[in-house]
Design a protein around this ligand. Sequence first.
Ligand code: GLU
Length: 450
Amino acid sequence: MSLPTAEEHVHAVLATAARRSVGEKEFMQAVHEVLETLTPVLQEHPEYIEAGILDRLVEPERQILFRVPWVDDTGRVRVNRGFRVQFNSALGPFKGGLRFHPSVNLSVVKFLGFEQIFKNALTGQRIGGGKGGSDFDPAGRSDGEVMRFCQSFMTELVHHIGENMDVPAGDIGVGAREIGYMFGQHRRITQRYEAGTLTGKGVGWGGAEVRTEATGFGAVFFAEEMLRKAGQGIAGLKAAVSGSGNVAIHVIQKVEQLGGRAITASDSSGYIVDEDGIDVELLKQVKVVERARISAYAERRPSARFVKDGKVWDVPVDLAFPCATENEIGLADAQALIRGGVRAVTEGANMPTTPEAVALFQEASVLFAPGKAANAGGVATSALEMRQNAARSRWDFDTSENRLHAIMTDVHDSTYEASERYGRPGDYVLGANAAAFVTVSQAMLEQGVI
Ligand code: GLU
């Protein structure tokens, strides 16, 4: 029987995925984004078509959906939905964060889990891809409510995770506090101290140094490599950053350490512009310690102003780091950035740029780093945390940051090399997808039809 051509095959896999994923907009966007770049790889590897690699890749190995009941501070019973999508474990245990946000649904978890397979492959750390979360909104909830929610969530999740099975971590709405409560409940139920079951733990009890900073620092290291390749550097450049969570804060910090100036940050209420450069300690105080609105930053800093409407992309800059959430840079935002003279866009968040906006950046020869490569430093450092837990060892901050830096340089180089190999040097979207796909496909091929 003759094989379909690469184009026919991609088309057929997309059609099946669409039929099985009715209403799953974000998931289908992520699948299209990857599959549409893979034709040249499949032409070179017809054995992947024969082995049904793509057909298997778009179908999660396992999907767990569960009820999460908890009691709020007034004594009322609340119910949320919990998710864990174990997407692909060809390279290692499922690995990926948990997101707690009202927008979380199966489509969002599947898009994140699908991206995670490729991202994790790029890190070279032998981890599979998965993602989970809940539509629980931690905003405005007391510590007690967050703890009771996390305990209820873990009471089900405990059956599905483990250091050689599936290792969750944080994402939007899940930081050290939530990981702590979940780990505590895991320990209580299992009566075991299995440190490698969750990453992003407190550094005093098994967490890795630099894990908190890693996604943001890593994105800036990637941007630095990408700019270097194009004969430039970060020093002296102005950057717009969106978001004000863990990723945004540490992008700002690293841009400033490397001699650039990050001048914006945002949250759901608006954004701030600080032409003197964001004071990262003040931003941490407002967003992490006080969990306050971002306008509080501008109230305390004379050089800053708060803008209620619009987006940070209206501010003319050299570098853009979208670090908030998916699809936050649309066509109009990309046009505004290009008009403002942007040279490089580096995705700190997952899929923050719409496909139309990516195409526009590429046409305008703006350097573009997709999240699955640029923000891989977080999960890579989670893998380093797993490694330290397994060895019962602990590396210091500088050692950990150097390891992260080396990994991001490797992610950059392998991505760039793949872009060259498949005929579009500097197309990091193609490069990231192709390099990761070959790594995962080869493992799946060698492990048989499972
Ligand atoms: N949620 C992060 C990501 O998007 C990190 C996941 C992890 O550390 O497992 O990659």
